[in-house]
Design a protein around this ligand. Sequence first.
Ligand code: ATP
Length: 714
Amino acid sequence: MRSWGGFFQVQHKFPSREKMKADLEAPLPVVQEDFAIRCRDVCRSYGKLKVLSNLNLTVPQGHIYGLLGPSGCGKTTLLKCMVGTLKISRGHITVLGKPPAFPGHEVPGKMVGYMPQELALYNEFTISDTLTFFGRIHGLTSKETQARMNFLIDFLHLPQKQSLVRNLSGGQRRRVSLGAALLQNPELLILDEPTVGVDPVLRAKIWQHLVEIVKTGKVSVIITTHYIEEARQAHVVGLMRNGYLLAEGPPEEVMKQHSATTLEHAFLQLCETSDQNSLGRESSPQGGSLEKSQSFEIGRDENQPILSIGPPPAEEFPKCSADWKARARHVLPKGRNIAALVIKTMVRMKRMPGSLCFQFLLPVIQISLICLCVGGEPKGIQVAVVNNDTSPSSYSTLLLTFLDNSSVHQVPLPHNEAFEGVYTGKYWGVIGFGKNFTSYLTKRVLQRQVSKEVVDGGSVHVWLDLTNRQIGLMLQKELQQAFEAFMTNRLGSMSYLAEMPVKFEEPIYGSLNTDFTTFVTPGAVLSISFYLAVGLTALSFVLERKEGLLDRCWVAGVSSIETMLAHLFSQLFVISVQIILMLLFILLVFKIPNEGSLVLVIVLIVLQGVSGISFGLVISAAIDDEQSANQAALGIFYPNLILSGIIWPVECIPYPLRYLSLALPQTYASESLRCIMYRGWGLSKMMVWRGFAVTLGWNTFFLILAMVILKLRT
Ligand SMILES: Nc1ncnc2c1ncn2[C@@H]1O[C@H](COP(=O)(O)OP(=O)(O)OP(=O)(O)O)[C@@H](O)[C@H]1O
C-alpha cells in the first residue's frame, strides 16, 4: 500500500479529511503555502538536556493536527518554538509561510491564537476584562470584541462575564484561556492541552467547533492532548517520543499500519518498535550513543516519521527577506499595544484598592518616620550634678537654670553616687562644680591675670559617657549654650568678654540651627522613590513569566519594548502620586526648607523613580523566580544607601570606596537635590546638572539592559 509520505510529498492541496481519503491515489505537486506549519530537523536543548532532536513535522493548511506523546517528550517545547517564544538551536520552522517573529509577519500577532499550557490569565480580571484586553491587542473594535465575547461565553459554557477569574474553577479558567485564543478568529490555532479538566460533553463540543472552523480551509489547528482517543477527530496525528516524531499521518492510517484498533494501541506498538530499533543499534558493533548523535547530525532517516506527510527534510527552505520598512514597523512600539497594557495595569490596580492605597501611603509613612526619628536632638537625658559650690547665691545654681530641662534632666547627687550612676549606665554624665566655683569664676572674668588654680576652679567640670556620640555632642552643646546664656545674664553688656575668640558669623547657606534631618531628607526622598519603584517592578515580569502571561502577550503580538514601556508608564503614574504626597509632607508638615525651583525638585525625584523602575525591569527581565528577584532587590539596598552619602556625607567615605560611591545613581543626585533645595541653585551649576545627567545616564543604561535581556530571553 502507498504510504502517506509519498502521498503528501506530491500533494498539491490539502482537502478535507474525507476528500483526502478519496484522493489517496491521486498525486499532485507540492505548493509551500499549503502548509500551515513546517518543522524540519528542529533541535532544541535546555542546557545539556536535548528535548527536540531533528524533529520533522508538517501541519497542512485547513487541517487539525493532533500532537500526541507521553509527558515530557517535548510537545510544549515544540509549540513554544512554533510561536517563537523559544528559539530553536538548529533546523527550520515556518509558520504560515515564514519563520516565527519574522519582521512584518503577523506570527506572533493576530494570525495566531495560542493557548499555553499554563492558564496565563490575570486573576484580578473578570472574563470580560480578559477578552477585552486581548481584543485591544488584536485591534478588534469594542463591537467586534463584544460579539465574539457573547459567542464564546455561550459556546464555552462560561459563567457571567463579570465573574472574576480568581473565583473560577480550574476547568472554567481553562475555558476562558481557550476563549482568549479563539477570540480574534485566527488563521492558526496552537492549543496546548485545551481539554484538560473539561467535562466530556464540552470536550466533544470543543472538538466539534475545531472541526467546524477548519472546514473553511482557511483555519488550521495544532493541538496537544492527553486524551489520545479524542485525537481521532484530528485529520492528522503526530506521535511524538523522546523529542522526535515516531509517526505522522491520518489517525486511521496510523492505526491500519499497526493493525491497531485504537490510537493508543498503535502508539504502544510504535514505542516498542522504536525501543527495539534503538536496542539493535546499541548492540551493533558501531552502536552506542556516539552513533546515535552522529545520525541526528546528518539529518537522520530515523527521525523521519514512519508515515511522514511532509516534504523530505533535505528540502531547502525558502529564504525570507524583509525590507527596511517592515523591519522598522516590526521594531517600533505600537501605541495600541502600550495602551492596552497600561489599561490592563490600571484595571488590576483598581481591583486591588487596598494594595494601591498602601503603595501611595508607604513613602509618606517612610519619609515621616525619617523626619520624626532621624536627626532630632536627644531629649530627657539623665545627668548627675555634683554641686560643691557653697557660696550664697552661687553661680553654679544659676548656671544650671540655663540648661534646657527638656534635653538635660539634672539629678543632684553626692560625688560617689553620681559616678556610680554613670558606671552603671543610669546617667550619661556628671556635671561637677568645685567649692569655690562662684568666687573663682568671678575672679577669672573680672581680673586680667589669674592663676591656673582660679581658671580650674572657675570651670565647670564634665565627665561624660561618650559611647553615644549624639548624646555626648548634645550635652556639650547644651552646656556651652547654658554657659553663654549665664554669662550674658551676669555680665550684661560686658558679656562679650566671655566669648570664644572664634566667631561663626551668619551662614552663607543654611542656618545655624541646621539639623541632621535637613541633611538626610533629600537623599532619603530620592532613595525612597528609587527603592519603592524597584519593589513595584522587580517582580512584574517574574510573575507574568511564571504564569505564562508574558509569553501569551508576546504571541499575541506585544513586543518586549512595548511591555517595558507599558510598565514604565503605569508605574510612573504610581510614583508620581507617591512623590506628590511625599513632597507635601516634607515641605508643609515637616517644614524642610526649599530655596530652589520646585519643578527641578519634582523632575529629579521623578527621574530617580524612573531609575528605580528601570532597575526593577532589569531584575525582572534577568531573574526567573520571586525569591532571587527579591534577594537582588534587597541585596543592593543597604550598600547603595550607605555608599550614596544619603545617611552620612560622602566626604567621610575612604577614598577607594568614594570613587565607587560617585558612580552610583543616587550620590550626585542627592547632592544635586540638596543644592537645589538648600542653596537655591539651578541647572547652570555643575553640582546640580550633573545629578540630572548621572540619573538620566543610569535610566538609559538600565532600560537598554532590560530590553536586551528581555529580547535575548524570548
Ligand atoms: N525551562 C525548562 N528548563 C529546563 N528543562 C525544561 C524546561 N522546560 C521543559 N523542560 C524539560 O524538557 C522536557 C520536555 O518538556 P515539555 O514541557 O516540552 O514536555 P511535554 O511533552 O509538553 O510534557 P507534558 O505533556 O507533561 O506537558 C522535559 O524533560 C522537561 O523537564
